[in-house]
Design a protein around this ligand. Structure first.
Ligand code: ACO
Length: 437
């Protein structure tokens, strides 16, 4: 492992310890966006000091060339391309190729990539036995954590992380099998038979077919739903070093196999402060119930003695409108119009957004709707149950997790992730026998 930074230092900062007047010079690194980072890797060795940053709000854990976010200006780029352009002109498969390989594919490269993914959509037949071991009412995310981790028990020929080709195969397998596993989790909760993937269908068509088709009658794919699902997957595909991606990287830094790493990402995504938020948004809108109740709930969200928060509002990085939320808002209107659905929750959501964005509390803290604010309403219109929302997020984010995991494996400066701590426990003491306590 090399200690040489991929980016050469552009300057230094000097840290002075006021107690001793000692100083230490630390290199300053500059990203392509102009942001500066202080390279503190030698800090502990040279001084015995560590940095304290719970939640990693000021800590960069890696170099990355995949996704860029400018939270103050509401900008999100995949490999340099604005998310709005990709949502309008690209599709999930093409954007997946872009995230993983760094460049947009040629026509042939795209067709080849789509073909490879299609050829990996089926899962080992014995994997379906795993599902039968879960309680029927199990949350599909609980099932996903288990079965995705279990993939490493089935695909031994793609576990060698030092072999470039095996990394490729594992990546294709994960992207291809996630929709199949997700649809199986849904079918299991309904007590319906699993539907096999069909190679004549695209990844998104297959996903919807495996979720909604039944063996006893034909299922007609609705292009409005196919298009909306494609957009949702594309918008959620990557988001730089968020909690679940950092979890995947941390697990991967110990050289765990890719299937285990992605399972750890699914576990981290599950929480309501992260991927579980769209499920929480819909529950919140249902709880609010009526426009007349909005003011009361906004007051509760502002009250520090009340644990209630406006779900779908606020973001660690965006201090402006989440660019994905704007696309999602429009998609939401399009889907409801095209499907001819009148959804009172959408009206409620828009009014809640209006009230919150005019409130000083939200304005001062720069709390804007995030991507999850509207996605739950689209899912509901598509007939997708709340418990599947985060699972679909996991299907999309698998692409980003893989791209980030591969980047980490191929980065010579990466080491096992091992944060330090400020110890606040008892000083050294002697063991006291139980009869003397
Ligand atoms: N409702 C009410 N107040 C809020 C909210 C909210 N949704 N979000 C933040 N605040 C307040 C905080 O109480 C804090 O106030 P203070 O400065 O008076 O103490 C201030 O805004 C800053 O918030 P933090 O919690 O410090 O911000 P942080 O970056 O740690 O949290 C988070 C970001 C977790 C997303 C938070 O905004 C939140 O819980 N939002 C609701 C859950 C949600 O929608 N999550 C989805 C995130 S997007 C995704 O994962 C795809």
């Amino acid at each position: 492992m090399s200690d040489q930074p991929l980016v050469q230092p552009v300057s230094t900062v000097t840290l002075t310890f006021n107690d001793t007047n000692e100083t230490i010079e630390l290199p300053v690194l500059k990203g392509t966006d102009g942001h500066m980072g202080i390279d503190i890797r030698k800090l502990y060795d040279k001084t015995g000091f560590i940095t304290y940053d719970p939640g990693f709000t000021s800590t960069g854990s890696c170099y990355s060339g995949i996704t860029y976010i400018d939270g103050d200006n509401g900008i999100l780029l995949y490999r340099g391309y604005p998310i709005q352009q990709l949502a309008e002109k690209s599709d999930f498969i093409e954007s997946s190729y872009l995230l993983i390989n760094g460049e947009l594919p040629s026509k042939e490269e795209k067709a080849d990539f789509a073909h490879r993914i299609t050829r990996h959509t089926m899962v080992h037949e014995q994997l379906s036995d795993f599902y039968r071991g879960f309680r029927r009412g199990a949350h599909p995310m609980a099932i996903m954590v288990g079965v995705v981790g279990a993939l490493s028990a089935f695909y031994h020929d793609s576990l060698d992380i030092d072999d470039h080709e095996q990394r490729d195969v594992a990546a294709h397998r994960l992207i291809a099998k996630m929709p199949t596993l997700a649809a199986m989790a849904y079918k299991y909760s309904l007590g319906q038979p699993f539907i096999y993937p069909q190679n004549k269908l695209s990844l998104v068509e297959n996903f919807l077919n495996m979720m909604f088709a039944v063996p006893c009658e034909p299922y007609e794919l609705n292009p409005v739903m196919v298009n909306a699902m494609d957009k949702i997957l594309l918008l959620h595909a990557d988001h730089e070093q968020n909690a679940s991606t950092s979890t995947v990287r941390l697990a991967g830094s110990s050289r765990a196999n890719p299937f285990a790493c992605i399972a750890s990402g699914i576990a981290a995504l599950w929480g309501p402060a992260h991927g579980g938020a769209n499920e929480a948004v819909l529950n919140m809108l249902q709880e609010i119930g009526d426009k007349s109740q909005i003011k009361k709930y906004v007051e509760r969200a502002k009250d520090k003695n009340d644990s209630f928060r406006l779900m779908g509002f606020g973001h660690r990085v965006y201090k402006n409108y989440d660019p994905r939320a704007s696309v999602m808002r429009k998609t939401c209107h399009d889907v409801l119009n095209q499907l001819g659905i009148k959804e009172p929750l959408l009206e409620l959501a828009m009014e809640l957004e209006r009230v919150a964005l005019e409130d000083d509390y939200f304005v001062e803290r720069k709390l804007y709707p995030n991507v999850d604010f509207y996605s739950g309403i689209i899912f509901r219109a598509m007939g997708i149950p709340t418990s599947m929302f985060t699972v679909i997020f996991a299907v999309a984010r698998t692409v980003g997790w893989i791209a980030q995991w591969r980047e980490m494996i191929e980065d010579p400066s990466q080491k096992i992730g091992r944060p330090r701590q400020l110890y606040t426990g008892s000083p050294l003491r002697d063991y006291v026998p139980i009869n003397k306590r």
